[in-house]
Structures are given as C-alpha cells and as structure tokens.
Design a protein around this ligand. Structure first.
Ligand code: ATP
Ligand code: PRP
Length: 213
C-alpha cells in the first residue's frame, strides 16, 4: 500500500481558509500557489501533497481516486451528481448561504419564471420540491446581472455579506441552504489508507469542535 496522501483544494477562499486548518494538523505548505504555477504543492510532510484545482473539479478528483482527500463547498457537493464520496467533517470554512433572489421592485412573475444560476441541479430540485415550473438558464458567473438586464426573473446563487445583491438592486426571496466546506474522502482510500486518513479526520473534527483551536 502506498503511504501517499493527496488533498485536493481550490485556490481562493477555500485555500486561504484551509491552510491554517492544515497547519493545525502539522501539515505546512512549502509552495505557495499565489507565487508558483505548480499545481501539485509540496508540504513539510514528504508523503502529503496538495493539489490545486477548480472548486467544481474537487469531487471528481476525489471520487475517482486521483486525490484521497479533498475540501469542497457544500454547494459544489449538492450540485455534483456522483454519490460515492464520504463527507465526514464539516470544516465550517467558506460559510455562506444559497439563496433565491430577485429585483427589489420586481413586477409579478410570469407562469414560468426564468432563473439564472450556475447551480442547475440544486435549482431544479428546489423548484421541483415546490411543484413550480421554471425555466433554468445556466450561467458561469455574475448571476446578479440576470434580473438587471431582463435575462431572468430570479437568480439562485451564494450570498455572504449581501453586498453583491445590494449593489445590483436585488433582494433575497428565499433561503435554500446553508453552505460551508466539507472534508471529502475517496471510499476505497478510506479502507486502504485508513491508518493515515482516520487520524486526519479525527484531528480535523476535534479542531472544528473546539472552534478552530
Ligand atoms: P471557480 O473560480 O473555480 O469557478 P468559484 O468561483 O466557485 O470557483 P470560489 O469563489 O473560491 O470559487 O468559491 C469556492 C467555494 O467558496 C464555493 O464553492 C462556496 O462553497 C464558497 N463561497 C463562494 N462564494 C462565497 C462567498 N461570497 N462567501 C463565502 N463563501 C463563498
Ligand atoms: C460569490 C457569489 C456572489 C458573491 C456573494 O461570487 O457568486 O456573487 O460571492 O458574496 P457577498 O454576499 O458577500 O457579496 P464570487 O465573489 O466568488 O465571484 P465569482 O464566483 O463570480 O467569481
């Protein structure tokens, strides 16, 4: 059995909040993704590497065993269609809310409101649960522009401070889910590399329970 562990993380918010958590486990990054173009980063532990990939790709790498562990937002996991990942720890980082939002002074919506989102599966399930017909339009960013430019009636997107909604004249209409990032684990690795992975899960759970200390 190989004793190597690769942890898939996305650059940006999750990386920034994950680094201090990993340091508490004694895993310290040697390379800095903000200064280097390397995508596989070395740590102070020879058998532990950090993979820097797109946030939405993290579940794919972990489910297929290209990385044993990953850190992914609950939004990405809810949207992901695979079902063979363990999700043992809510790390309580990159917290925000998945919200339905619309223009502040919107006219009443039509029979089949249009919704822009990059979360098409979450949006489809949310409206199906309510028995409401909608037209879902996929965008990859700046969803807030949808209602402003008449592309849609509503958006489904992440909200943290609410500044982006407010700056674009939008208000929240419904709370869909609370979001935070989770540790995810490849199922086969959980069995085959349990001696390495179990202590990481236990220590991360302890750190999170003690509010990061
Ligand atoms: P990519 O740049 O690869 O398209 P992304 O834009 O979703 O991905 P980030 O903006 O870094 O990447 O978001 C990563 C994760 O952080 C999201 O999946 C979500 O869980 C969380 N997140 C996104 N926006 C916010 C926010 N405004 N506040 C807090 N957490 C957020
Ligand atoms: C996210 C999200 C919102 C914004 C919400 O975008 O898609 O636009 O944050 O945060 P707020 O409520 O604190 O304003 P992000 O900054 O990640 O930009 P991008 O996904 O479009 O790159």
């Amino acid at each position: 059995m190989s004793d190597k562990i690769t942890i898939a993380v996305s650059k940006g918010r999750i990386y920034d909040e994950a680094v201090p958590l990993l340091a508490k486990l004694g895993i310290v990054l040697i390379d800095d993704p903000n200064k280097s173009r390397k995508l596989i980063l070395d740590t102070n532990q020879a058998n532990i590497k950090i993979l820097i990939i797109r946030a939405t790709d993290v579940p794919t790498y972990v489910e297929r065993g290209a990385a044993e562990l990953g850190i992914a937002g609950k939004d990405v996991l809810m949207e992901y269609s695979g079902d063979s990942l363990y999700e043992p720890v809510d790390l309580g980082i990159a917290k925000c809310r998945m919200m339905l939002a619309g223009l502040k002074d919107a006219k009443p919506v039509t029979d089949r409101p249009r919704v822009v989102t990059k979360y098409t599966n979450i949006t489809r399930n949310y409206f199906a649960d309510r028995g409401q017909q909608v037209e879902i339009i996929k965008l990859y960013g700046s969803m807030e522009l949808g209602p402003v430019l008449g592309l849609s009636d509503w958006i489904v997107d992440l909200v943290d401070t609410g500044n982006t909604l407010k700056a674009n004249g939008l208000v929240t209409l419904d709370h869909i889910a609370d979001i935070s990032s989770r540790l995810i684990v490849n199922k086969a690795a959980m069995k085959m590399k349990n001696a390495l992975i179990k202590p990481i899960i236990t220590q991360l759970s302890d750190i999170v329970e003690n509010n990061g200390s």
